[in-house]
Design a protein around this ligand. Structure first.
Ligand code: MN
Length: 434
């Protein structure tokens, strides 16, 4: 069943839905009325409850095995089950939820038991995350930030050979809607030689794509570049909240530490590779003079279709803007095409030394800025480290985030002749330091 052969759902709100039409069917974990977290699929303004659907006998065969793997309020076993299980579940969901489904009446008769309104549900993390790795593949961001520190030499010599990354902190990853407590730490005031301790004064966001790992590898084995896409379960939005003043003092020689680990926010829906299939594209050709990737990172199929055309957006809503009923201010409009390395290259590189990846591990892409103003994926770049404040319609100015500020990430895929799909939101509001 192709994307184009089925276009409409009998769930009316799905048709033309900004994020979740029938063609998307992202998976997530939700709860309702304080009940236990359970897995579901976003469809229009509703969530199709997979556990209730299993109990109602709506699945059989491979699709049933796949749906059973989503039980228990986390999707790790489903991620581990791999692409065949995921595709079987998707095919069955397309049957059940498309216009003309013979089971339309049976499902609708169960009302909110099978299809609760998403607005009545609380979203949770979709999986237990054992490990989180943040990459640095947004080359425009790497150049913009590099320029602030090294005007003549923005990119270090390893950048075009190594998909740069660092091990992040899995324990403080939270779903969209979780408040962001301003962190405290050591910073070095300008012109001083001794650090001071206190609340972060340069709090920032980072616009990133999140990558959910599916089937992992045994320790000592590697995932080949040609097989890497089979080890990715899906995608989300990721805000790598960053304390720039803490980061500037701590980052050498081993990289970010406490400046990143106080919280990382993600959008709760796992958008699958199948849903993103129409929005794949060739990895952009490397500029003249750039080295070819080493063979373990180079696969013709990955180069031909391993990148994505996903439009990424960041919005800011301050306390004053909320009080004055002003619309959110767009800070960033960017795209995943600014990734110098593909997601498959990230998986192949991460495991090439024998490091074990596990189902439910999460990767961040790194900040995905574009080259132009209006496309920068962090305030560090937009305000050039605080030198060029932003003016807002409320009359306020911002160099970095203030208490009460809310950052909203969104993503959308558009292509002529195909239904547009979105990722839902990744929101977080800054609370004062405690
Ligand atoms: Mn980051």
């Amino acid at each position: 069943m192709t994307q184009t052969s089925i276009t409409r759902s009998w769930v009316a709100s799905a048709n033309g839905h900004i994020d979740f039409p029938l063609q998307n069917l992202p998976l997530g974990v939700f709860s309702i009325d304080g009940g236990a977290p359970r897995s579901g699929v976003a469809i229009g303004d509703h969530i199709f409850d997979l556990e209730a659907a299993l109990d109602a006998g709506l699945f059989e065969g491979t699709a049933k095995v796949a749906a059973e793997a989503t039980r228990g309020g986390q999707l790790n076993a489903f991620f581990q089950a791999g692409p065949e299980a995921r595709v079987a579940l998707r095919e069955r969901l397309l049957q059940l939820l498309s216009e003309g489904s013979t089971l339309h009446g049976k499902i609708e008769a169960q009302g909110a038991k099978l299809l609760p309104l998403a607005a009545n549900c609380v979203m949770h993390l979709p999986a237990k995350i054992s490990d989180y790795t943040d990459f640095y593949v947004g080359i425009e961001h790497a150049q913009n930030v590099g320029k602030l520190f090294r005007p003549d030499n923005p990119l270090l010599p390893n950048y075009k050979y190594v998909p740069i990354g660092y091990h992040g902190r899995a324990s403080t990853i939270r779903p969209s809607g979780t408040d962001v407590r301003r962190p405290k730490g050591q910073t070095l005031p300008a012109g001083q030689t001794e650090p001071v301790f206190g609340p972060c004064a340069r709090l920032d966001y980072e616009l990133e794509l999140g990558i959910w790992i599916g089937q992992g590898n045994e320790m000592g084995d590697s995932i080949a570049i040609g097989d890497a896409a089979n080890h990715i379960a899906g995608f989300c939005l990721l805000n790598d909240w960053s304390a720039r003043d803490i980061q500037a003092w701590e980052y050498q020689p081993l990289g970010p530490f406490l400046s990143k680990s106080f919280i990382t926010s993600i959008s709760p829906w796992v958008v699958t590779a199948e849903a993103l299939e129409p929005f794949r594209r060739a990895q952009p050709a490397r500029p003249q003079g750039d080295p070819q990737p080493l063979p373990y990172l180079l696969d013709p199929r990955d180069q031909a279709a391993g990148a994505f055309n996903i439009e990424l957006e960041v919005l800011l809503l301050t306390e004053a803007m909320r009080e004055q009923n002003l619309p959110a201010h767009r800070l960033t409009l960017s795209n995943t095409r600014h990734m110098y390395w593909t997601v498959a290259q990230m998986v192949a590189h991460h495991s090439v030394n024998g490091c074990q990846l596990q189902a439910g591990d999460l990767f961040g892409s790194g900040t995905l800025s574009g080259p132009e103003s209006g496309q920068f994926g962090s305030l560090l770049e937009i305000t050039e480290g605080g030198k060029k404040p932003i003016e807002l319609a409320s009359g306020e100015v911002r160099k970095f985030l203030e208490d009460g500020d809310e950052i909203i990430l969104r993503a959308r895929c558009n292509r002529e002749g195909f239904a547009s799909i979105g990722f839902g939101e990744c929101r977080g509001k800054v609370l004062p330091a405690r």
